[in-house]
Every structure is written in C-alpha cells, then in structure tokens.
Design a protein around this ligand. Structure first.
Ligand SMILES: C[S@@+](CC[C@H](N)C(=O)[O-])C[C@H]1O[C@@H](n2cnc3c(N)ncnc32)[C@H](O)[C@@H]1O
Length: 292
C-alpha cells in the first residue's frame, strides 16, 4: 500500500462512506490498516469526517435547532478520535475483543432483584459511543437501547472499518430524550458521556423524565473532566460532588442537583482510575436510586 492515497482511492473511499456500500474485503484492509495513508491525504480524511459529522448534526437540529456551536465542533473531533482508536486497536491486534463486550455480566445485576420477578425490564445506555460496552448477561429479561447523538456517523464508520461490536446504535441525545417518544426505562446509564453534552442540567432533567417510578440512573465520569481536558472538544462541563450533592458546572454556569427533592437517594463511589493516556484521575460512580 502506498503511503499516499491516489485520487482513485479517495473517490472509492468517499463514495463508500457516502453511500454506505461496503468495500470488498481486500480493498477495505488496504484503507484500514494504513492510517498514515489516510492522514497523508488530509482532504479526503477531513472531508469524510465532516461529512459524517453533518449527518449527525442534521438529525440533532431536527430536535434542537439551537444546539451550541462549540458542541458542533466537538462532533468532528469525536469521530476522528474513534477512527484513530479503531485503527490503533486493529494494529495492536485487540479490536476483535469488541465483539464480546456485551457478553459480560449486566453491571447493575444486584438491582434487578428490586423489580418484580418475571417482568421485562428496560435499560437505556445513553452516550454509548460506536461500540456499546455494557455487559448484557442478566438473570432478568432486559431490553437494551444503546443511544448516541453520533449514531448516524458511528454506524457507518463501524461498518466501513469492519469493526465488531457496533452498528446498532440508536440516534438520540440526553437533552431531548423527552421528545423521543420512549417508553419509561428501569435503568439509565451514562458513562463518560453526560459531561460531553451541550446542556448538562437539561440532560439530567430529561434522563429523570424518562425513568420509571422505580429505577436507577448510573453516572460514571471522571471528576471535573473539562478542567482536566482544558475545555477541548466535547469537554465543556465538569461533574463533581459537593456537600453530598451532584454539582455540574462549566465556564459560565453552575447547578447543584437536589436529588432528595426529586425523590432520589444518591450513592457515591470515588476512586482513582488510569485513563487511556496512562494518567490517573479520580473517577466518580454516582448512582441515583428511586423507589427502594
Ligand atoms: C467518551 S465517549 C464515551 C462512550 C461510551 N459511553 C464509553 O464509555 O465507551 C462520549 C460519548 O458521549 C456522546 N455524547 C456527546 N454529547 C452527547 C449528548 N448531548 N447526549 C448523549 N451523548 C452525548 C458522544 O457522542 C460520545 O459517543
């Protein structure tokens, strides 16, 4: 494979992404393994990422025409990040493991016993990324909805890059869950996602609005991640716990969530975790529980 893509290659690549037509296996491997070749041809790579971002923004603006500009900029960066990560894992021979992420145990299995036996439960995995990694093995019958505002891009990208473990992500964002005609959920999980949203207080309110009377919301986030990331990309909001309550704050807003008035109890686990970058940072596991 040459280091630089020919014009012909660029056309094949672009048309495959645009139309969603998979490339022949041999052709796909040529494109996928050589990130350098893709990056060398900045026009094609950037154009492709912007095209995928536009697909998502078109959908988001149908629900919310007033979405913030800096969030829109973050969309392209997020797509680029996943594209690079997929290629890195493939080179390291680790990508195949994505096919088995959902075979692991359901992370909230202990809470399943809080619901009457024999009824079907529903779990929303919001902001799930291109390859939802929530374990789905449970003694209960659980319907999973994996949702992300970048679903139109992620599903295409995963198919195009022939990456396992995705392709079935449903479109939606925390800010407009209430407009999406969803049946109530028993579990809602947001991992490393709520602080990527453009209106976090509204997102939290919307999550609560689509939770059943008895249910739990799990928020798993690095503490004050926007500060740690210097407000780059999607990182515009911080999450922390102050005096036993969840506080969300950005450069020009700050809100404390009064969970007791909203009928919840809050469980907090704070522990140091190592990020993909190798750095250690406090991670907050926040569980809001209503009804038991
Ligand atoms: C760091 S990734 C985390 C993906 C996955 N939860 C995980 O832990 O692997 C952040 C995700 O949040 C999503 N996101 C950004 N804004 C969002 C919003 N307003 N509502 C829901 N998800 C959002 C992004 O598209 C991205 O897929």
């Amino acid at each position: 494979m040459e280091e630089r893509l020919s014009d012909d290659d660029v056309n094949v690549l672009m048309s495959s992404i645009r139309t969603g037509t998979p490339l022949a296996e041999a052709r796909r491997q040529e494109f996928v393994v050589n990130t350098k070749a893709l990056l060398a041809n900045a026009r094609s790579y950037n154009e492709t990422c912007h095209h995928l971002a536009d697909l998502c923004l078109e959908e988001v603006e149908k629900f919310d025409p007033a979405v913030r500009d800096d969030w829109k900029d973050g969309v392209v960066e997020e797509i680029q990040w996943w594209w690079t990560w997929i290629n890195t894992l493939r080179r390291q021979g680790k990508l195949a493991s994505w096919a088995h992420l959902r075979d692991r145990p359901f992370p909230f299995e202990d809470a399943v016993t809080q619901f009457p036996a024999g009824i079907a439960l529903r779990c929303l995995n919001i902001g799930c990324g291109p390859r939802p990694d929530m374990g789905q093995q449970s003694a209960a019958d659980i319907e999973f909805v994996h949702m992300d505002p970048l679903a139109p891009a992620y599903n295409k990208l995963m198919r195009f890059l022939n990456a396992p473990g995705g392709g079935d992500v449903v479109f939606g964002a925390v800010e407009f869950l209430g407009q999406m005609d969803l049946e109530p959920f028993d579990f809602i999980a947001a991992k490393n996602c709520l602080d990527h949203a453009y209106d976090v207080p509204r997102g939290l309110e919307q999550m609560i609005s689509c939770l059943g009377k008895r249910g739990m919301i799990s928020l798993g986030h690095y503490e004050n991640e926007a500060e740690a990331q210097n407000y780059m990309g999607f990182h515009k909001w911080n999450i922390e716990v102050r005096d036993g309550r969840i506080r969300v704050w950005s450069k020009n807003a700050s809100e404390v969530f009064d969970h007791e008035s909203a009928g919840f109890r809050l469980e907090v686990v704070r522990e140091d975790r190592r990020k993909a970058s190798g750095q250690t940072h406090p991670f907050l596991d926040l569980t809001l529980i209503r009804g038991w």
